[in-house]
Ligand binder design. Sequence first.
Ligand SMILES: CCCCCCCC(=O)SCCNC(=O)CCNC(=O)[C@H](O)C(C)(C)COP(=O)(O)OP(=O)(O)OC[C@H]1O[C@@H](n2cnc3c(N)ncnc32)[C@H](O)[C@@H]1OP(=O)(O)O
Length: 153
Amino acid sequence: MTFIQDQLADNHCFGCSPDNPHGHHIKSTWDGERSICHFSPKPWHCAGSPHYVYGGLIASLIDCHSVCTAIAEAYQREGRAIGEGETIFYVTGSLNISYLKATPIAGPLVLEARLSEAGRRKSVVLCTLSVNGELCAKAELVAIRVPASWGEA
Ligand SMILES: CCCCCCCC(=O)SCCNC(=O)CCNC(=O)[C@H](O)C(C)(C)COP(=O)(O)OP(=O)(O)OC[C@H]1O[C@@H](n2cnc3c(N)ncnc32)[C@H](O)[C@@H]1OP(=O)(O)O
């Protein structure tokens, strides 16, 4: 399976870089229309209750998965494979999450994202997070394209 994050160069992100030793290392697939990410929380990712996932982690996963989705779609729109040629880099402009149900820590968490808008610099990504087919959170993220130098070390 090919993951978006493994095709991106110069990515140091806490949420999604394969090379950040302290990060979440999320992995997302992109089928040309939507992206999927599976994440299995650890016991220490709990909220006040040991049974449910901490909301900040949920935000972090949605953030990275959605921005990576915007990046994948942008490469596709330019007729390029992900990571091919000049680097395309997006950052989070805004993130609006609704926590609909407590998210069971037993997981796995399934994130699914697709674009509702794709402009020259701005993309809007809709993302859901479900466990066992039950919708626990939904979000809208505005991703803004920035120069590739943003991501350089
Ligand atoms: C592979 C890597 C994956 C990385 C995933 C990591 C995700 C992250 O955590 S990134 C870190 C968190 N985000 C940041 O630090 C971003 C900080 N903010 C910025 O750098 C800037 O404010 C930035 C880039 C968002 C906007 O730059 P700016 O030059 O002001 O944009 P501007 O030209 O005014 O606006 C462009 C478009 O975006 C829209 N926009 C700008 N900022 C926002 C915002 N905060 N919310 C919603 N829309 C916005 C504008 O309305 C405009 O839209 P339109 O084209 O429809 O008129």
